[in-house]
Write a protein that binds this ligand. Structure first.
Ligand SMILES: [Zn+2]
Length: 255
């Protein structure tokens, strides 16, 4: 028996419980999909892990930073990886559990990585720390017409909440792009509080939206809404339809 047939049989058994929620074809789509993660820190690494667990097997991880000890409350990697690049640490941890996965890692800011690494990607998950990197990821997604899911967290000292925005080339020309939400924002305050359980909720929502985009399963709400907010302190999930800004630096009429 060839390795590929053996691994295909193994894959079908591993994901048997997904079937029913997903068709065989939709599960196969997940397996063939390639997901780029701009940012492999808390939300990024946990979203990548969740997507690997649901059956995605091809990833591109991009992050210029190294893992620090106070990142460990929200990382898929543990104490052995402190001081290691976040992208390489995430790849190493995922590869241990999913040795057959194809995972490329780039220790680089999104804005300087070769845009060709996104060519074969089906969706971009945007969760970097820097606003510059978020704008760069949005620019790449719009230019290459790749759906992008952008995840962010509030400072948990103020609110146990976070939001996920979606831009999809097939879901309406007037919808906001991820950069529309960053209008006037230049920096992210450092030293914020990020509660593990809130980070996990936002990563799960991000992965859930990615599954719907990649498979097309139950994706109707994504056609009419592009902003999803979780207020974990009050057990509220809200969805909104946000229109694009005319003067957005990325999708605005002058750009
Ligand atoms: Zn925009």
């Amino acid at each position: 028996m060839s390795t590929s047939i053996r691994s295909s049989r193994w894959y079908r058994s591993e994901y048997a419980a997904n079937l029913g929620a997903l068709s065989v074809r939709q599960q196969a789509r997940l397996r063939a999909s390639r997901v780029a993660l701009a940012g492999s820190g808390g939300v990024g690494s946990l979203t990548a892990s969740a997507l690997a667990m649901v059956g995605v097997r091809r990833f591109v991880l991009i992050d210029p930073q190294c893992l620090e000890i106070d990142n460990l409350n929200r990382s898929c990697a543990g104490v052995d990886y402190v001081g290691v690049s976040k992208a390489l640490a995430c790849r190493s941890v995922m590869q241990q559990r999913f040795p057959e996965a194809e995972i490329a890692a780039f220790v680089s800011p999104v804005e300087t990585v070769n845009p060709e690494v996104f060519n074969d990607c089906d969706v971009i998950i945007s969760a970097p720390n820097a606003i510059k990197a978020r704008r760069a990821a949005a620019r790449i997604a719009l230019r290459k017409r790749i759906p992008i899911i952008s995840a962010g967290l509030a400072d948990c000292r103020k609110s146990w909440s976070g939001a996920v925005t979606v831009w999809h080339p097939g879901y309406g020309k007037k919808a906001a792009c991820p950069a529309c939400f960053l209008n006037g924002v230049r920096t992210v305050p450092r030293g914020e509080s990020l509660l593990t359980t809130v980070v996990l909720l936002i990563a799960s929502l991000t992965a859930q939206i990615a599954v719907q985009i990649l498979t097309g399963a139950r994706a109707q709400a994504l056609r009419s809404h592009n902003f999803f907010r979780i207020d974990a302190g009050n057990y509220v999930l809200e969805k909104f339809a946000v229109r694009r800004l005319k003067d957005c630096e990325v999708c605005g009429v002058r750009n």
